[in-house]
Write a new protein. Structure first.
Length: 565
């Protein structure tokens, strides 16, 4: 899927598939898959894999599967299954009827395990988990054979069937591959293929009490589905020999090719599912869809768009080695997309009353405002203008420094879409000295924001009419972590210690133009001069949306991208 009709950039995976097609491999078929484990929510790193797997199949006229590798019922839940499907559809991909589950193959996987036992390629081991680890050896020392490694085929088959029948408690036995305890790759030192877990599965119930391991399940599920190219992240590179061994020794119906690519790493971001679970369970965030989270549901709630995420994934490309991507590039992709499509609105987040003394008391002007200067088809809207307005507190200074071009005593500025006003007086709290109200006069001849006599003003500020504004909460989000690498361990600290205590600021009593009250949950807009915002999908109510700031207007990556072009 290409959102801007650009030529899709080449990468080593695309080149490999083109070579396979040219050689007639796989009978000209291209079938990929996205295989999530339903033990958490998807994050931006998964989005890269989704766009790659589904995008490759689309590009070459192939097919793609959504397959849940649901082999660990202790950590899996139907909530995660539903959330994963919702996220993928939101990104713009539809797998149709090609939805699969590893649990559908449990009987066949059991049969493949029996084949390995019958061929002397697998055995039932009765060592404890700790003893298995101690027997495995190290990178410099070979492992030791289990005392149960030479059980007969007959005994192994009997024990494996009794494991399935539920005769043994968890941990009593496992099924291991018989490969090589001196193999230089530790993964190949008789890896575990099955373990006993007397846990109810969210799809198969209590039909099974033994469950296959991921490395055994994944490759055989690929083969059963006829996958041609098994695209996975670089962390599975060391597992590829086991992937190939299981397919060859178990006599799988076909042999998909595993190809690894660098997984996504972002600055100021954690993408470890285990650590994201920790953030949720320990209450550092409100939920998986907290707008500070890098989960797809969190990014969606914050106001990120599917097109922006797809464009970001295309922009970073596919590499063979891990590297870190500046999170600013993701924010740039969001600004780039919203700049084209977001309507402009006026919102005052920290309001200060502004009274126009020479404006008629009961008069209300209806002023024309442009909805989006990037798209003329979005037209204009009407803004009510009255005697009493709200402006931002920091748009007025009583004693301004040099190069401050906003409102100050005796200074004239432009009110966006409205009139020129000149500050004439300030009202302060007698006890605290805090500025409570600013008084101005306006020039009626400057309606629309320009002067017929040609005089210029350097400052333009936004505003809302006090009697027409609606009041709501606005949440300003910052990065969840303070360090570019939250995992960096310094002085005994961990990623939790790097959490940003100011990652969210909730502003109450914000004054917004009345048109913003019409936005539905999930709708996005730009508050002029303030950033891009969206109506929160959970907390908004009819006629009173609550707004989340999606991203600020500042964008260093825009300059970098322009320089590259």
């Amino acid at each position: 899927m290409n959102d801007q009709n650009k030529t899709t950039p080449s990468n080593f995976i695309r080149t490999k598939i083109m070579e396979d097609l040219a050689a007639g491999k796989n009978d000209g078929r291209v079938i990929t898959r996205f295989p999530p484990e339903p033990n958490g929510y998807l994050h931006i790193g998964h989005a890269k894999s989704i766009c790659l797997n589904f995008g490759i199949a689309d590009e070459f006229g192939g097919k793609y599967n959504l397959r849940f590798d649901d082999t660990n019922p202790e950590k899996e839940d139907v909530e995660y299954v539903d959330a994963i499907k919702e996220d993928i559809r939101w990104l713009g991909y539809d797998w149709g009827e090609r939805e699969f589950y590893a649990s559908n193959y449990f009987e066949k996987l059991f049969g493949f395990a029996v084949i390995l036992i019958e061929q002397g390629k697998a055995y039932v081991d009765s060592l404890s988990a700790g003893d298995i680890r101690s027997h495995r050896g190290t990178l410099t020392e070979p492992g030791k054979d289990s005392p149960y490694r030479n059980r007969s085929v007959k005994e192994n088959l009997d024990l494996f069937n009794r494991m399935r029948a539920g005769e043994f408690e968890d941990g009593a036995h496992v099924l291991r591959a018989r490969i090589d305890m001196a193999h230089p790759n530790l993964i190949m030192r008789d890896p575990t293929l099955y373990r006993i877990r007397k846990v109810v599965h969210h799809r198969t119930g209590d039909a099974w009490c033994i469950y296959p391991m991921y490395d055994f399940t994944h490759c055989l599920s690929d083969a059963l589905e006829g996958i041609t190219h098994s695209l996975c992240s670089l962390e599975f590179e060391n597992n590829r020999p086991l992937y190939d061994w299981v397919l060859d020794e178990a006599k799988a119906p076909c042999h998909p090719q595993q190809i690894e690519f660098a997984r996504l790493k972002l600055t100021y971001t954690i993408l470890s599912k285990r650590k994201l679970i920790q953030l949720v369970e320990q209450g550092h965030v409100t939920a998986w869809d907290d707008p500070r989270m890098p989960t797809i549901s969190g990014l969606r709630r914050r106001g990120y768009t599917p097109a922006a995420i797809r464009n970001f994934c295309e922009r970073i490309g596919v590499a063979k080695r891990d590297s870190i991507v500046d999170v600013g590039l993701l924010e740039f992709a969001v600004r780039e997309d919203l700049n084209r499509r977001a309507p402009r609105m006026l919102g005052v987040l920290r309001p200060l009353r502004l009274v126009i003394d020479n404006y008629p008391e009961d008069q209300v002007d209806e002023l024309d405002a442009v909805n989006n200067p990037e798209d003329e088809t979005m037209g204009t809207r009407k803004l009510p203008f009255s005697k009493v307005l709200y402006i931002e507190k920091d748009d007025f200074l009583e004693d301004p420094p040099k190069k401050y071009f906003r409102l100050a005593p005796g200074r004239e500025v432009r009110l966006r879409y409205a009139y020129y006003v000149t500050c004439t007086d300030v009202v302060k709290d007698e006890q605290t000295g805090e500025i409570m109200e600013v008084h101005c006069t306006y020039d009626p001849a400057t309606r629309g924001g320009s002067s017929p006599d040609g005089r210029k003003v350097k400052g333009t500020i936004h505003w809302v009419s006090a009697s027409h504004a609606f009041e709501t909460d606005v949440r300003l989000y910052d990065r969840l972590f303070m360090q570019p690498d939250p995992d960096e361990k310094t002085e005994g600290k961990n990623f939790i210690d790097n959490l940003n205590p100011d990652s969210i600021e909730t502003l109450s009593g914000c004054k917004l133009e009345p048109n913003l009250a019409l936005l539905a949950p999930g709708d996005f807009c730009q508050f002029e001069r303030m950033g891009y915002f969206c109506a929160d999908a959970k907390d908004s109510r009819p006629g009173k949306p609550v707004f989340n700031r999606t991203v600020t207007l500042r964008d260093s990556w825009a300059k970098i991208d322009k320089a590259r072009k």
